[in-house]
Design a protein around this ligand. Structure first.
Ligand code: DX5
Ligand code: ZN
Length: 233
């Protein structure tokens, strides 16, 4: 499916929970993907860590390829890596549909965002909690998605940092056509605020994979997010 079609589908179905596989049981990866599919997930969020930009390692290109072979769902690939321009083509070839790079790794984000689009993927930019949202001013026209971090990237299961909500509100006004995603500490307690502030995609790792019933969790999260969004509108 083309990037523009995927973006259109996500936009019309928003708010949506994007399961972050970082917290799944990797010994049962294919089965975990089946479970989130059956639970109603509409995309998968994949966290790539290099032990350099973030103080942790996760998985890389062969695992993204394996996930691609296991599902038709769009793959939302979050590159927490230094020098992302060196790798975007290979992640695209591995099956990424949305590719997000970090502004902190890029003196000039425009060339890599252009490259991601030219590869036929949707282009995303992410920013850490301490990074001012104004850092994105010069590149929002090249972004299909902004991934606002509500924790310092590197680990699942951290506490939500509310500074992310101000950034969502700012971006909702400054870039109304851009899909807004929030990542880190998203759970039943924090989801309402995220949706009310304008988040379209709610990345959830530990809060989801610690549940017995993924379907129930996704329904509860989506229901709360929809209610909160209606209050805002
Ligand atoms: C953190 C990753 C997240 C992570 C979120 O660096 O980018 O996607 O999986 O995990 P939770 O939902 O547990 O905060
Ligand atoms: Zn992530």
């Amino acid at each position: 499916m083309s990037a523009s079609r995927i973006l259109q589908n996500l936009r019309s179905a928003a708010p949506l929970v994007a399961p972050s596989l970082l917290s799944c049981d990797f010994a049962e990866l294919r089965e975990e993907i089946r479970r989130v599919e059956r639970a109603g997930a509409r995309l998968l969020h994949l966290d790539i860590m290099d032990g350099h930009f973030v103080p942790n390692l996760s998985f890389g290109i062969p695992v993204v390829e394996a996930i691609r072979r296991s599902t038709e769902l769009p793959l939302d690939v979050h590159l927490m890596i230094s020098e992302p321009a060196r790798y975007v083509r290979r992640f695209r070839e591995a099956g990424a549909d949305l590719l997000t790079v970090h502004i902190e790794t890029l003196p000039d984000p425009r060339p890599v965002l252009e490259e991601i689009r030219s590869l036929g993927a949707a282009a995303g930019i992410s920013l850490n909690p301490p990074t001012p949202v104004e850092r994105l001013d010069g590149c929002l026209d090249l972004c299909d998605l902004v991934l606002v971090m509500s924790v310092m990237p590197g680990f699942g299961g951290q506490k939500f940092e509310p500074v992310a909500l101000d950034k969502l509100r700012h971006l909702k006004a400054a870039a109304p056509g851009v899909l807004l995603s929030i990542d880190g500490g998203v759970n039943v307690e924090t989801v309402d605020g995220c949706a009310a502030a304008g988040a379209d995609l709610l990345v959830a790792g530990s809060a989801l994979f610690s549940q017995k019933d993924y379907g129930r969790f996704l329904r509860e999260m989506t229901g709360r997010a929809k209610d909160a969004k209606e209050v805002r509108v």
